[in-house]
Design a protein around this ligand. Structure first.
Ligand SMILES: NC(=O)c1ccc[n+]([C@@H]2O[C@H](COP(=O)([O-])OP(=O)(O)OC[C@H]3O[C@@H](n4cnc5c(N)ncnc54)[C@H](O)[C@@H]3O)[C@@H](O)[C@H]2O)c1
Length: 282
């Protein structure tokens, strides 16, 4: 399939993520047509874009009540509807039936694997995941992943398009629940929760253990370049030979926490105390 040059995008669902994508695409001079089922969505979207970028012209933005109208003449659809599998499946079946097969249909879903979005569609090869990190107009990462029936070409074209608007896409070679970045965050959060639960340190100190420590380092090299740098002239091999056994013993010591009511109450109380002390508002 020859995908056309992407000049006009449909934003389906204009909440937190949709409005931020719309901001980014408008900033890049692309035409955007948005749609949402909620009452008053157009004004809310325009207000949010204004908040995101007060000097940005909204001339290239149009809003359509009907999904069919919104996707007319676009080359790319960025879907940002509610995170519910059955609702998204219905939405993708509709999108699939009202767009020609050379229109890329890309979902922002945080956790639904793209194969599930291909169910019951006629042209599943152009359906895939483009999961941003909130807010997409500021945070560069986007995770791109095809489903069982997605063509390589659709994945490559989507990556190329995201790069062209300044995003930093990564390609997932297979589908996995939570994709990559949210799984990494989940691993870290689990241990942060466990350490608070066990009374090892306060939430405030655990935050500092990231913001004043590894967080500073991770902002530049990721965990793998870190392995290389940490090993001196011996690189990652030396690092792993030297500290690998200790890391292995810490990994063995990790315990899974259960997100039950008690844990939620305990964590929110702890965080509540901290934000009050720091005088932070949401
Ligand atoms: N919020 C985040 O941090 C975040 C980050 C990355 C990805 N995501 C994903 O982005 C998607 C949207 O999340 P959000 O946080 O923007 O949610 P949100 O609730 O702010 O917005 C969802 C919007 O979709 C609209 N909608 C629902 N069904 C629709 C339909 N059939 N057609 C048109 N519009 C419809 C709703 O009216 C609402 O305005 C989800 O799939 C979510 O997993 C969210």
């Amino acid at each position: 399939m020859l995908y056309k040059k992407i000049k006009h995008i449909a934003i389906v669902g204009t909440g937190v993520i949709g409005s931020s994508w719309a901001t980014l695409f408008l900033e890049k001079g692309l035409r955007v047509t948005a749609t949402d089922i909620a009452a008053g969505a157009e004004q809310k979207l325009r207000n949010q874009i204004f908040q995101n970028a007060p000097n940005l012209s909204q001339e290239l933005l149009t809003f359509e009540e009907s999904l069919e109208e919104a996707v007319k003449n676009v080359q790319f659809v960025q879907e940002n509807g509610s995170e519910q599998t059955d609702l998204k499946q219905e939405l993708f079946r509709k999108l699939d039936s009202c767009t020609p097969p050379d229109v890329l249909l890309v979902s922002s879903s945080s956790g639904i694997i793209p194969s599930l979005l291909q169910t019951g569609t006629s042209y599943p090869e152009r359906i895939l995941l483009g999961h941003p990190f909130n807010p997409p107009h500021l945070i560069p990462l986007v995770e791109v992943c095809g489903g069982e029936h997605t063509s390589d070409e659709a994945v490559e074209r989507t990556i190329e398009f995201y790069r062209s608007v300044g995003k930093k896409p990564i390609r997932l070679k297979k589908e996995i629940k939570g994709h990559v970045a949210n799984r990494l965050q989940a691993a870290l959060r689990q241990e942060a929760f466990y350490l608070v639960q066990q009374g090892v340190a306060s939430a405030e100190d655990i935050d500092m253990a990231i913001t004043e420590g590894p967080g500073l380092r991770w902002a530049l090299p990721g965990p793998f370049v870190n392995l290389h740098l940490g090993g001196g002239s011996g690189g990652a091999r030396h690092f792993l030979n030297h500290l690998g056994p200790a890391i292995q013993s810490w990994i063995k010591d990790l315990v899974r926490v259960t997100m039950n009511k008690d844990l939620i109450v305990m964590l929110s109380d702890e965080v509540g105390k901290m934000v009050q002390k720091k005088n932070l508002t949401a």
